[in-house]
Design a binder for this molecule. Structure first.
Ligand SMILES: [Ca+2]
Length: 342
């Protein structure tokens, strides 16, 4: 029962006549919409080779079910043909198969894991999606952004920057008279990126498509919050998810169970939560869980390495650990274990 339902229950008072009750509910629903506005989200994921993206998408669906966000679109930043269907299979499990799914531009990374988990997940849960052709992510970004309120949308990337570079480079078209950059400036509130290492380093999501990152991090027109390598690396989750009953028939449970056993040679009990930390801090106030450092400037180099310039305000921020790692792990894993009503 959410807050609105609780309030509603409290208000079913016998003495209230029908008209005043309806009027009261009407006012209350308006207040609810204003005070508890859901964050509109576009989720941009490589969904492979690594599998923390499964956990991140599960967290996002749990937060949506809890009334905290609205998932507008889910797009792939990896072109491999098994990536976009994996995203759709997970959305379908959560009862949200109508969420638009898009795929990355031609020059984006195109690969998946050695243990073939994407293909196996599709075969097991949504075999009909194998080989499905998806629209370009940039087209989906432009269509969705054009329809949203000004400065309302939060973009979450937990993979490469390929789609955002292509969106930035896009020109006016039938969808919108605005350039990609103008559309972003007008409609996007912030971008939360699992990217980079702080105060300096070389991180996978940044260097894997270094050309795209070189463009995006120097030209992006809205604030960016970074959840760097060192954040999710210390937060270990997945074991409890893997041990959930198989009878719930969940691609999240299966994905963690299979991958914890086979993704690395040694097998693992738990694993880093890089992508889930970004989702959590995009939807909820990040200061509930971490310190937020900034503003400053994320300095990107052409070889995909990065550093941090604290003396320039480019509207960039990064997370810093604040609590014992297990406290964040518990919050995330509870969300990852959300099971939708069938
Ligand atoms: Ca990822």
């Amino acid at each position: 029962m959410n807050l609105f339902e609780k309030l509603e229950t409290l208000l079913i008072i016998n003495t209230m006549n029908t008209f005043s009750y309806i009027l009261f509910l009407f006012v209350l629903s308006g207040l609810y919409g204003t005070v508890f506005a859901q964050t509109p989200i576009i989720f941009d994921t490589d969904m492979g080779p690594d599998y923390d993206d499964i956990g991140a998408l599960a967290v996002l669906h749990a937060l949506e079910a809890n009334g905290e966000c609205e998932i507008l679109a889910t797009v792939a930043s990896d072109r491999h043909p098994s990536i976009a269907p994996t995203i759709e299979a997970i959305n379908t499990y959560f009862g949200r198969d109508e969420i638009p799914v898009g795929t990355a531009p031609d020059n984006a990374p195109d690969f998946t894991a050695g243990n073939d988990w994407n293909k196996k997940l599709i075969e097991r849960f949504q075999p009909g999606l194998a080989g499905k052709i998806y629209p370009d992510a940039v087209e989906i970004y432009r269509k969705i952004l054009a329809k949203q309120k000004n400065r309302s949308v939060t973009i979450i990337t937990v993979g490469f920057t390929s789609n955002l570079a292509a969106l930035l480079a896009s020109g006016p078209d039938d969808i919108s008279p605005l350039s990609g950059k103008d559309l972003i400036s007008k409609k996007v509130k912030k971008w939360v990126a699992m990217a980079g290492a702080f105060p300096e380093g070389k991180e996978f999501n940044v260097f894997k498509d270094d050309k795209a990152s070189w463009k995006v991090f120097r030209e992006w027109p809205t604030p960016i919050l970074f959840s760097g390598f060192e954040i999710g690396f210390k937060v270990r989750t997945g074991g409890k998810v893997a041990r959930m009953q198989e009878s719930i028939n969940s691609p999240v449970q299966w994905g963690y169970d299979y991958n914890l056993k086979t993704y690395t040679k040694e097998g693992e009990d738990n694993r880093p939560s890089w992508d889930q930390t970004a989702v959590l801090c995009a939807v909820r106030n990040p200061e509930r869980y971490f310190y937020v450092n900034g503003p400053g400037k994320f300095v990107i180099n052409e070889d995909g390495t990065n550093s941090w310039d604290p003396d320039t305000d480019a509207g960039h921020y990064f997370l810093v650990h604040k609590y014992p790692y297990q406290r964040i792990a518990d919050t995330l894993e509870e969300l990852m274990m959300y099971v939708p009503n069938k």
